[in-house]
Design a binder for this molecule. Structure first.
Ligand SMILES: Nc1ncnc2c1ncn2[C@@H]1O[C@H](COP(=O)(O)OP(=O)(O)OP(=O)(O)O)[C@@H](O)[C@H]1O
Ligand SMILES: [Mg+2]
Length: 470
């Protein structure tokens, strides 16, 4: 679809593709249309005036006749009068009686007659076009006396003269319209180019340059003082570029910082591991002071190592893609129980309710980490003891696993930023990474981790993993 549009755009000649060129053509077209609208009534007016002039000229000629004593003129003079008035015959009528006649030798055959007295606009327009279509008829034109006196004046007119004059007039109008439309379109073209096209080009050029090299300050559009829409667009683009550049720089700094932190973390973890080894040896020392502080020291070191490992695994942007294998979910849940650090006095009961024949196709190591995080959270929340249960069933588009405990529920602070790295923790010594990591790992499998419910009776997380029973 897009391809076709593109090729269509390409098929237009280059000069027509621009906004101003299209407007040039359109303006010429519109001016021509309005010229036609003006031409139609004005050609009718032209014809009317031409014919009215013939009547007036005939009246003048008839006055010459009147001046003679017996209303008779010599033939050559009569013909000259007729030719001057551009008519072939003149008839003056007073009260239905012809009182005066000037005529060529052979009275011509009349093809059509028109009465100019009280003629209305639309018939006049139609008559004008009839003349343009025919062009060589003999017309009888009836009009009143120019001095408003009673009676009528008739002239016989050769339509060819009228036709020639009308064609002449139309050609002039046509030439004039062309000049006007070219001039108007040219002016529109120029003003549009100056006011819109050039600023638009600068705008798009800046967008393209910015897309190619957003870090380059030169690619940003200059601030505009224009008060119109283009000015607003330029200013908004400038704001956007400013904002984008700032966040880009910030992001680059943060990424660099992240790399630095993970390097420090890595070394710190090794240093702490050594400290852990050394502090393990403190357990053998008999000194009562050492015996008192050693467990707290070991606990602190454990926590520090945990913090380092969690931060490291979260910072690893290139967390390996899941490497799926088939395994029994029930066994995996058993393993989690063994490693999650359940209190040895049995105050927390672990109920593995997953069917032994439920075989999952997933990355065992990653799913193990997901359960470890959920399990450790539940254990940490239920220091007084309680129960943890895991169930799993096929349903919908895959397996639905529910991980529930009957602890005190999520504290308000944890609920507000649940699954958000570093901010979700409501526990002293917690990094707030456990659930964020678990969610990422589940989503990498195409699944979903969500909080089903949490209240004073306990908390239930649900994991959906895609797949089908094997
Ligand atoms: N089952 C649960 N019952 C009650 N509170 C919970 C439960 N699971 C999580 N929480 C609360 O949610 C918070 C966020 O958990 P999360 O695992 O993301 O971070 P954390 O446990 O604080 O730190 P980390 O797991 O990175 O060491 C916890 O601090 C805890 O307050
Ligand atoms: Mg946790």
């Amino acid at each position: 679809m897009q391809k076709r549009e593109k090729s269509q755009r390409k098929s237009l000649p280059r000069w027509l593709r621009g906004l101003s060129a299209r407007l040039l053509v359109l303006t010429m077209f519109f001016v021509m249309i309005s010229e036609v609208l003006i031409y139609v009534p004005s050609i009718a007016r032209f014809r009317l005036t031409f014919l009215e002039n013939r009547i007036a000229d005939a009246h003048l000629a008839s006055l010459a006749l009147k001046a003679t004593p017996d209303n008779v003129l010599s033939k050559p003079l009569e013909l000259e009068l007729l030719s001057n008035a551009m008519v072939r015959g003149i008839v003056l009528k007073r009260r239905e009686a012809r009182i005066m006649v000037l005529m060529e030798d052979m009275p011509p055959q009349v093809d059509a007659s028109y009465d100019l007295r009280g003629a209305s606009a639309l018939p006049l327009i139609a008559d004008a076009f009839a003349t343009l279509a025919e062009g060589d008829r003999t017309l009888r034109i009836v009009g009143g006396f120019p001095d408003q006196s009673e009676g009528s004046l008739e002239v016989i007119v050769d339509e060819r003269q009228l036709y020639a004059a009308m064609i002449d007039y139309s050609t002039n109008i046509m030439k004039l319209s062309l000049v006007i439309s070219l001039l108007t379109a040219g002016l529109v073209f120029l003003s549009l180019r100056l006011l819109m096209v050039l600023p638009m080009r600068r705008l798009t050029a800046s967008m393209v340059a910015f897309r190619k090299a957003p870090e380059n300050a030169q690619s940003m559009i200059a601030d505009s003082s224009r008060g119109d829409e283009i000015g607003t667009a330029q200013r908004e683009l400038r704001h956007m570029q400013d904002g984008l550049r700032a966040s880009l720089t910030q992001q680059a700094h943060l990424a660099a910082l992240g790399v630095a932190v993970s390097k420090i973390n890595h070394d710190l973890r090794n240093i702490l591991a050594t400290a852990q080894l050394v502090s393990d040896g403190l357990g053998e020392v008999e000194d009562p002071t050492v015996r008192r502080v050693a467990p707290r020291l070991m606990q602190s070191i454990d926590r520090a190592i945990e913090l380092c490992s969690q931060t490291l695994s979260f910072g690893r942007a290139d967390e390996a893609a899941p490497n799926p294998t088939s395994f029994a979910l029930r066994d995996l849940v058993e393993d989690v129980a063994a490693f999650a650090g359940l209190p040895s006095d049995g105050r927390i009961v672990w109920r593995n309710e997953v069917g032994g024949n439920l075989i999952l196709e997933a990355d065992r190591e990653q799913i193990f980490r997901v359960f470890m995080n959920l399990a450790r959270n539940a254990i940490q929340a239920m220091s007084q003891g309680g129960e943890i249960a895991v169930t799993a069933n096929w349903g919908g588009a895959g397996v639905i696993i529910e991980f529930s405990d009957n602890g005190p529920g999520l504290p308000e602070k944890a609920r507000e930023h649940l699954f958000e790295p570093f901010t979700g923790s409501a526990r002293t010594g917690g990094t707030g990474l456990g659930l964020a990591i678990a969610k990422e790992l589940v989503e990498a499998h195409g699944g979903e981790l969500m909080l089903l419910r949490s209240d004073s009776h306990g908390t239930v997380f649900r994991i959906d993993l895609p797949g089908g029973p094997q």
